[in-house]
Design a protein around this ligand. Structure first.
Ligand SMILES: [Fe+2]
Length: 215
């Protein structure tokens, strides 16, 4: 797979952003869900709205820089995400045509996701993995990187064969940037050293997720 994702270390100083959302103290929407395919039986996050309607929101500065670097995009969706459990490989197409129809309607040429790590708990080893599907022969197979990738449940283990690993990005600092284009397959990394929980206080990491499109 060619250049469908990018990692830039220390992209933006997010200290003001972290303070801003701590002060907002919004309710968390539970977007965790049961999924038989993953060994934990659960995936997902709690979400908080970005609140871009607030002019003094420091995320406006981040978006300005992203536009300078990646083109004058339009916002699609975004939220502050507190992760409970890892995600298995997935694209962000969703289960129906809504996103694709929307992008077609807007004549979009490119869809991009920006993920900006904010905080994480000890022992999480946070990261994002990218995949080719069908697998490419010059890449590691999913089976060969189970040390740092989420485990499928026994029942669904044969689905691993669909993916090869195009890249594993280990988050190093708050304010790094992970970016990917269109609907490339991705997952959370899982070093199998963190006791994930559905208790919101035990969230493993927080990050900004911002989805945009270029016309
Ligand atoms: Fe995703």
């Amino acid at each position: 797979m060619k250049n469908k994702f990018k990692y830039i270390e220390s992209y933006y100083d997010v200290s003001e952003i972290i303070n801003f959302y701590n002060k907002i103290n919004d309710a968390w929407t539970d977007n965790t869900f049961k999924i038989d395919k993953i060994n934990y039986g659960v995936s997902g996050c709690w979400d908080v709205p970005l609140h871009l309607e607030i002019e003094s929101n420091p995320v406006h500065g981040l978006i300005k820089k992203l536009r300078e670097d990646f083109g004058n995009f339009y916002l699609n969706t975004g939220s502050l995400r507190y992760q409970a459990y890892p995600f298995l490989p997935h694209s962000d197409i969703q289960q129906d045509y809504a996103v694709l129809d929307f992008l077609k309607l807007k004549n979009a040429k490119k869809y991009m996701t920006f993920l900006i790590p904010l905080t994480w708990k000890e022992h999480v080893h946070p990261g994002t993995a990218f995949f080719s599907s069908p697998p490419e022969l010059n890449e590691d197979l999913y089976r060969d990187r189970l040390d740092v990738l989420p485990h499928f449940s026994k029942e669904y283990e044969n689905e691993m064969i669909r993916y090869s690993v195009s890249g594993i990005v280990d988050w190093k600092n708050s304010g790094d940037l992970v970016m990917w284009e269109d609907f490339v397959f991705h997952s959370t990394t899982d070093h199998h050293s963190y006791n994930f929980s559905k208790d919101p206080a035990q969230f493993c990491k927080s990050f900004l997720s911002i989805r945009v499109y270029l016309v």
